[in-house]
Design a protein around this ligand. Structure first.
Ligand SMILES: [Zn+2]
Length: 912
């Protein structure tokens, strides 16, 4: 099948004075290439302040520049003298080719020789005038790894396209100033097969015939946008249209996906969340929805979970699981829809100046998505999910040597890609929650409204945000901001008290100390919760809110109070600090955590126990037993789902390897029992079957799963869909009860794209050296590897049966030999998945830490690779510490804190 898809884009550079420009790209599917023409110029646009500055920079740079400079320069932050942002067709940070051929470059009507002025990544220009018009015609390749214009071909030959530009991949589709402070309108014309649906940032216009089976869509101009949220999505999508009516204004909504992926119930649910979100955000932000419409399109092979293109959100298909979504997934999907919607204001209406203020959009989108969801799902439930999920991950990340501040310098776009992490999203959101607690929710909201009024359609940074928040505040927020936005790490708070003879506090203080990585002590507004056992329930009898500062803060309000059965520091989760339990509280929880009826408090207790396990202060097997004993009566589905994952993670990585088989057996037995007891066809039932499949280790356990797969046994209401069948088969294969023949037979049943990926993964999971070697070769020798393929292969490769670690032992050294070259060869998303996913897993232990340390001494490592490998090494060291504590607790038959037994000599951030 051959299609022609042509793009003409206008008005990119309007902000620089001259408007009217056009890009036209002619895209041919055979061979895959884009031809693009860009022209910049015009007469009547209002001159912007930055124009003169920009032009002089360009003049300086390009009259003095040389092709070699252009080739090697990464995309720099604007304030740096080596700035080089004239529209070009530059290579990506990993050297991925952007334009396969540049046909012509015209400056102010004068043809330039591409062989001279195109460097492969930049265009060098001389003799610039006051106003300039540049026209570039180039062929650009499609993307297969997700960044740029992704082209996905279904097994039946159907083609779908979508753009993914963040951080700086717009230049892989057309010539553009690819940085967030350079906002400009976009006008796009698309020529494509006439049966396709075509979406962009502006409302989709009525197409006009443009040849046999071909049509042309001429999109109207957008408001000023940064290039990373410009978008094109095209293909034979199935579309559902509706509208949101907010204060009399009708906003068109579209929801689209590949044919038959969306079900009517999902359409209704997602559109309702969207409508509710638009109402909520327009009210609290004091600004109406900024764009003319809101499209949400589920696309294949999307690299992030979702992307907030202005008025044209893309979402990953993993949010549409079949045959049905669990309640936990539906909540996550609603949260994602609201997160991307919040970006229409935070990011798209007001954009950060540069990537060091990425939190200005991501922390806010995370925070406001939760706040909006709380309106319907329930306040304590939503913040419980946040505390135990995203925030817990941020604590872990913030304890690594590479932890950075929420607002930290990002020198170039190669580093910008590494800022999309738990620090920016979850710690950022937690810091905003602490800000609201510190200044009061009304002042917080008033500050947000001032921020939008001042900066709408423009750019902003931390100082602009603080100025909007600081309005009329005598004390100012400069010191607060320095503590919370500018310094990395978390702190830990512990109770420190004496008791009188009646069991009351004669003295009570809160001690604050740095976490495992050095961190400055902060001022916190926090709540202390006192819980007593009353008629078999743990209920809160007192709540004392206070401000603490420094290493030691006396809390006079606690003096004289009876010591509670459970003392919960940071109750209500107001601040960002890890809390610890005293001995009595820990003892209470081991017996009674299931009797704590408050959802948020229970989530915080589970989170604190997990942090203590991870920090080698509480034995992993005690945590596992505690969770297994109450999981069946945990009413919060999100918390239950999380606990199930945590127990599995604790068994795999945090218990001592000598207890791995026992832990697996206990987990699989519990899962088996709970799957049998669960309601027919419920989420629990499915979740427990999956857990059992992941943990199964005995002959009886695998035999049960085998019977399920072959319909010898059935669980009432359990739908054995293709995904679950692959999960069950994988268990049988890993444990040596099925092999290649069964995999091929399953693949004959399931010829879908997902089925092929599953087959790849299960083949790689075979417990045979040849299977591991084949997967390894595929991963290290491929060039354009699609991300889903990498994920499937890495997952299968790393899966081994209990006791089968010798299968992977030889790959630890090989990993360090090849990973540098793999990092350079692939775009960031794939490179990171390889570096992180292939890093050797426990129980290889200390030898891998030595190899890691030696690797990090290499002077030539890319910063992102250094961070990824360094953090993986640090995480493994933490696991080994936790395992040692676990072993010691077993030997002593009591859990107690242990000294660190694994010394980490390397400091991943420090090497040069
Ligand atoms: Zn986001």
């Amino acid at each position: 099948m051959t299609h022609t898809v042509a793009l003409e884009c206008s008005d990119f550079l309007a902000r620089y004075g001259p408007t009217s420009q056009a890009i036209s790209c002619i895209r041919r599917e055979e061979p895959p290439a884009v031809r693009s023409t860009l022209s910049a110029g015009g007469r009547n646009a209002p001159r912007q302040d930055r124009l003169a500055e920009l032009r002089s920079d360009i003049r300086k740079l390009y009259t003095a520049g040389s092709p070699q400079d252009g080739e090697s320069m990464p995309w720099r932050r604007p304030s740096e003298p080596s700035r080089s942002t004239w529209p070009g067709t530059p290579a990506g940070p990993s050297g991925v080719q952007v334009a396969s051929r540049v046909h012509g470059i015209e400056l102010n009507g004068r043809a330039l020789d591409p062989a001279v002025c195109w460097t492969g990544s930049r265009i060098l220009l001389h003799d610039l005038g006051e106003d300039n018009e540049l026209r570039v015609t180039a062929d650009c390749p499609y993307a297969a790894s997700g960044e740029g214009l992704q082209r996905t071909v279904d097994p039946d030959g159907t083609v779908h396209l979508h753009t993914q530009f963040e951080v700086c991949a717009a230049r892989r589709v057309f010539a553009v100033f690819d940085q967030p402070d350079l906002k400009a309108p976009l006008r796009l014309t698309v020529t494509a097969p006439d049966h396709w649906e075509v979406f962009s940032n502006s409302p989709t216009p009525r197409p006009r015939p443009a040849g046999p089976s071909t049509a042309r869509w001429s999109f109207p101009a957008t408001p000023p946008l940064p290039s990373y949220v410009m978008a094109l999505v095209a293909g034979p999508f199935q579309v559902y249209r509706s509208q949101a009516v907010v204060r009399g204004r009708a906003i068109p909504l579209a929801l689209a996906a590949r044919a038959s992926l969306l079900e009517a119930s999902e359409v209704g649910e997602i559109l309702e969340v969207t409508q509710r979100g638009i109402e909520y955000f327009s009210t609290v932000f004091g600004q109406e929805y900024p764009f003319a419409k809101h499209d949400q399109i589920f696309v294949p092979d999307l690299v992030p979970t979702a992307m907030e293109n202005a008025g044209c959100v893309t979402l990953g298909e993993e949010l549409l699981p079949h045959p049905r979504a669990t309640e936990a997934l539906r909540e996550r999907r609603a949260e994602t829809v609201l997160h991307e919607l919040a970006h229409m204001w935070f990011g798209n209406l007001v954009t950060m100046n540069w990537w060091d203020d990425l939190w200005l959009k991501e922390a806010f989108a995370t925070y406001w998505a939760a706040a909006a969801q709380a309106e319907t799902v329930g306040h304590r439930r939503v913040w419980a999910t946040f505390a135990n999920g995203k925030k817990a991950a941020a604590y872990q990340q913030d304890a690594l040597p590479t932890a950075r501040a929420v607002c930290a310098p990002v020198p170039d776009t190669a580093r910008a890609a590494t800022a999309f992490d738990g620090i920016t999203y979850a710690k950022g959101a937690a810091v905003l929650r602490q800000l609201a607690a510190a200044i009061g929710p009304e002042d917080f909201q008033a500050g947000i409204r001032r921020y939008f009024t001042r900066h709408r359609w423009g750019n902003a940074d931390l100082q602009d945000f603080l100025a909007a928040m600081d309005h009329d505040r005598a004390d100012g927020l400069a010191g607060w901001s320095e503590q919370w936005f500018r310094t990395p790490g978390h702190t830990t708070v512990r109770p420190d008290f004496d008791l009188d003879e009646n069991g009351g506090y004669s003295r009570f203080a809160i001690r604050q100390e740095p976490g495992t990585a050095p961190a400055p002590l902060r001022d916190h507004r926090l709540a202390i919760g006192c819980y007593h056992l009353v008629d078999g329930h743990l209920v809160r009898t007192d709540r004392i809110e206070t401000t603490i500062a420094g290493a030691h803060t006396e809390v006079p309000g606690m003096r004289g109070r009876r010591q509670p059965d459970l003392l919960l520091l940071n109750d209500d989760d107001l601040t960002y600090a890890q809390a610890r339990f005293d001995e009595r509280s820990l003892t209470t929880l081991r017996e009674h955590i299931g009797d704590l009826s408050d959802q948020l408090a229970r989530a915080l207790c589970w989170g604190t126990c997990w942090n203590m396990v991870y920090n080698a202060e509480f034995a992993a097997r005690a945590y596992v037993r505690m969770a297994l004993s109450v999981l069946d009566r945990e009413p919060d589905t999100a918390l239950r789902e999380l606990l199930r994952l945590r127990v599995a993670a604790a068994v795999e990585r945090l218990v001592h390897p000598s207890w791995l088989r026992t832990g697996r057996r206990l987990l699989a037995d519990t899962a088996h029992r709970l799957a049998l007891a669960a309601d027919a066809g419920s989420d629990h039932q499915l979740g427990w079957v999956r857990t059992m499949a992941d943990a199964a280790v005995t002959r009886g356990q695998t035999a049960f799963l085998c019977d399920l797969l072959h319909h010898v046994q059935a669980l009432p209401g359990l739908v054995l869909d293709a995904g679950l069948r692959w999960t069950l088969l994988r268990t049988l294969v890993v444990n040596g009860h099925a092999g290649t023949a069964e995999i091929e037979e399953e693949l004959r049943r399931d010829q879908s794209a997902a089925g092929r990926l599953h087959a790849l993964g299960v083949r790689a999971a075979r417990p045979e050296p040849a299977a591991k070697e084949a997967a390894w070769q595929q991963l290290v020798s491929g060039s354009e590897l699609p991300l889903p393929l990498v994920t499937a292969l890495v997952g299968g490769f790393q899966t081994i049966p209990v006791g089968g670690h010798e299968l992977l032992e030889g790959y630890a050294a090989r990993y360090f030999e090849v990973i540098g070259e793999l990092w350079d060869r692939h775009p960031y998303g794939v490179a990171r998945r390889l570096a992180h996913g292939l890093y050797p897993r426990p129980p290889v232990g200390q030898r891998v830490l030595d190899l890691t340390e030696r690797f990090l001494l290499r002077p030539d490592l890319a910063p992102g690779l250094r961070e990824t490998v360094g953090n993986a090494g640090q995480t493994m060291a933490r696991c080994l510490d936790a395992q040692a504590t676990d072993l010691r607790s077993w030997q002593a038959h009591l859990p107690k804190p242990a000294d660190s037994v694994v010394r980490l000599a390397f400091r991943p951030g420090a090497a040069r």
